[in-house]
Design a protein around this ligand. Structure first.
Ligand code: GLC
Length: 720
């Protein structure tokens, strides 16, 4: 539809229709096809008349091609302007073919896999009748107490940004109106992951420099990749709720970044501006959020109830209202909904695609790349005749999808036992969190020298409003490991969780330790492939694993402080930034992971010890596998700016390369470092580069000390 026709539509809309076009309801507000809109439940609570229902611009929808088509048919028949309804939903890591949780996918250090998973999710979602997904979630996550770390790609801005852009490409392709593509909505803008104490919805407060340097890059990468929408976050930014924050939504997003798409609030976040106490009434909340730059109010009705009056009183110019309505109609236009209101809703194609063999195979392969091998004393990979006993709460559990698998079904999942029973592994005993559960498990293991202990946290402990102050394994699970180890068993612990857990005891008692996260529908198959060496463990941690909760927040790209300890741990050193009772070092650092082979790195070689201003240099290493098994290695490049006008992190990830090294193989790996890679946010909150000394690290994880230095020369004629 042309812009003129869209503007012609707007000219025919009443103020009430315009305000409703900026309102998102839930699809269960709408009666089943043919039924009357009986004012019960949400319909009644919302005090909406039927005519208003059919003017709301979008819905938070369920999936299902038939239901979507029926809803659209009914809506189009009743909308006074013939405007199509927009169906949006949370397809976060797959629709029915559920992939690993995004935090696990981040551990693959391979954004191509994220793009592939998003592509498949878009196919299943589009043919199930959905138009837009509320993904990618691009919140930088440093605090494992926060339940939503599972939705992010972890603690690093560089990795997060590459994943966010890849997912936008996977969902939208070159044209989201194309069959099998959906629009996407990057969230939660901004810095929702920095909730104090890891407590969901809690206060976020940070300097603009930290916000720009660490928290904004991934959102910007999604915007630059062309995502159609941005969702505001529940939290405050600079002491103003993000949803009512003009500095964020207009100054930064629209004016500085040039975002021309649609901004939607998170669920009832407009109402919550009153809880934040920056608005006393719904009308004030509506005005503040609208003036800040919000286009769509999700699941609260302050726009509906107040915008028309605000315009009639001249407090909001009607042109601004029209501009917001135009953005929403242009969003629908970009998805082709005016020409094809049913877009791709197709029950037959939906049935063919959902959980098809190709999608399951991709899910299994991607899951295998997302698990992380944390410890191996040589007991892995298992020999085919190893015959381990299998115990623990996740031994036969199909509850392996993790949070935000809205459309996933546990019956679609392959449990660890499902995958192992074909290898002669006995059915595990039912687990219960008690001494009885432990005794039953120990009895089951009595005649086995090798035990696979499938432990972790319930999948329902992950996701929104699932913050935890204690993030260890349960006491019963740790006691099981302790008693198995005391019996001299070789214990291979496989940990299922949506967050880094405190695994110090699990590491102590286990001979082998896999971080299995929640790997999606093919969890069991992927883990069995890894345990028996039919797939190579290549995952690397996208989040730091602390030794205890007291260290949190603990992340690799921290500042040096004025009193850094001389040793990494800091233990026993006086008057330095350290604890009396715990090392500063994590249990496992960002980027850590093992393969079944070995790895050796040469010292980094630099193409030059000086980089000319505006120039670049090449950093290389020789990576070798002196072991007797193949090694899947992720070579990681970090850079440290040794002196600048503001403090700089001790390391920053600037590149990674996944390689397969055969036993005995050596491979040169090189990274080109342009001067732009040295940029940072200076004290005036501008992106800048400053000449001086830099250190290059190339190694297997963020703890590497394999380094070389270079100097960036000042611009010609400038004396430093
Ligand atoms: C939730 C989440 C958001 C989600 C939205 C719609 O509260 O914060 O991520 O997309 O509501 O379900």
């Amino acid at each position: 539809m042309t812009k003129e026709k869209i503007r012609g539509l707007i000219a025919r809309m009443s103020l009430a229709e315009k305000a409703l076009q900026l309102t998102q309801l839930r699809s269960d507000f709408y009666p089943a096809p043919g039924a009357e809109a009986v004012p019960t439940g949400p319909f009644l609570e919302a005090d909406l008349g039927e005519e208003e229902l059919y003017c709301a611009g979008s819905v938070l929808a369920g999936a299902g091609a038939e239901a979507a088509a029926a809803l659209q048919r009914q809506y189009m028949a009743k909308n006074p302007q013939g405007i199509p309804l927009l169906l949006m939903s949370d397809v976060i890591h797959g629709l029915r073919t559920v992939f690993p949780i995004p935090l696990a996918l981040g551990c693959a250090f391979d954004e191509a896999l994220a793009e592939e998973a998003a592509r498949i999710a878009a196919l299943e979602a589009a043919f199930s009748g959905l138009h837009v997904t509320f993904s990618p979630m691009a919140d930088l996550a440093r605090d494992p107490r926060w339940g939503r770390v599972m939705e992010s790609a972890g603690e690093d801005p560089f990795l997060n940004a590459r994943y966010a852009a890849a997912m936008v490409r996977g969902y939208q392709g070159d044209d989201p109106a194309e069959a099998g593509r959906i629009g996407c909505c990057v969230k939660h803008f901004a810095a929702y992951g920095a909730a104090e104490a890891g407590r969901d919805y809690n206060t976020v407060d940070m300097s603009e420099g930290v916000l720009r340097e660490f928290y904004l890059p991934a959102y910007k990468a999604a915007v630059d990749a062309g995502c159609l929408m941005v969702m505001t976050s529940f939290n405050t930014v600079f002491r103003v709720p993000a949803t009512a924050n003009p500095q964020l939504l207009t100054g930064l997003l629209r004016e500085e970044w040039g975002f021309a798409g649609t901004v939607i609030s998170d669920h009832t976040a407009v109402s919550e501006v009153m809880n934040h106490s920056t608005a006393e009434t719904g009308e004030e909340a509506a005005r503040l959020c609208f003036e800040a730059g919000l286009d769509i109010e999700m699941m609260s009705l302050h726009f509906h109830k107040n915008l028309a009056a605000l315009v009639e009183r001249g407090e909001i110019p009607e042109e601004k209202l029209d501009a917001a309505v135009e953005r929403v109609l242009e969003l629908k236009n970009a998805l082709g909904l005016f020409e094809k209101p049913f877009k791709d809703a197709d029950p037959q194609r939906e049935k063919q695609l959902i959980l098809c063999a190709g999608h399951r195979a991709a899910a299994r392969r991607i899951a295998g790349e997302s698990a992380v091998l944390l410890k191996n004393d040589g007991c892995l990979p298992l020999a085919t005749d190893a015959g381990p006993a299998l115990v623990g709460p996740f031994a036969a559990s199909r509850d392996v999808l993790g949070g935000w698998s809205v459309f996933g079904r546990t019956e679609d999942c392959v449990s660890l036992y499902d995958a192992l029973k074909g290898r002669g592994i006995a059915e595990p005993p039912a687990w219960e969190e008690s001494r009885v559960g432990i005794d039953r498990a120990l009895e089951h293991c009595r005649d086995s020298g090798i035990v696979i202990a499938a432990l972790g946290e319930p999948s329902d402990d992950t996701g929104e409003a699932k913050s935890k102050a204690r993030i260890g394994l349960s006491a019963y699970q740790e006691e099981l490991l302790c008693r198995l180890a005391a019996q001299g068993k070789k214990v291979i612990t496989v940990v299922f969780s949506g967050r880094p857990l405190i695994l110090d005891k699990a590491a102590e008692y286990s001979a082998g330790l896999f971080m299995a996260w929640f790997l999606g529908v093919e969890s069991g198959s992927a883990l069995a492939d890894l345990l028996y060496g039919e797939a190579q463990p290549g995952g690397r941690l996208a989040m730091t694993f602390p030794r205890c909760e007291g260290q949190i927040p603990l992340y690799y790209n921290h500042y040096n402080t004025g009193r850094p300890p001389k040793t990494a741990s800091g233990m026993g050193e006086a008057f330095v930034s350290a604890y009396l009772d715990t090392p500063n070092t994590p249990l496992y650092p960002f980027g850590f992971g093992l393969g079944y082979g070995e790895r050796r790195y040469s010292a980094p070689r630099l193409s030059s010890a000086r980089m000319a201003w505006g120039g670049s240099l090449r950093a290389s290493v020789t990576a070798a596998n002196p072991g007797s098994r193949p090694q899947r290695e992720t070579v990681q490049l970090y850079i440290r700016d040794l002196s600048a006008s503001v403090v700089r992190p001790v390391k920053e990830l600037k590149g990674y390369r996944k390689i397969d090294l055969a036993p005995g193989e050596e491979r040169e790996v090189s990274f080109d470092i342009p001067m732009e890679a040295l940029s940072f946010v200076n004290g005036r909150n501008q992106t800048a580069v400053e000449p001086g000394r830099f250190r290059v690290y190339i190694g297997p994880d963020s703890g590497t000390d394999n380094q070389a230095e270079f100097v960036l020369d000042a611009p010609e004629g400038e004396i430093r």
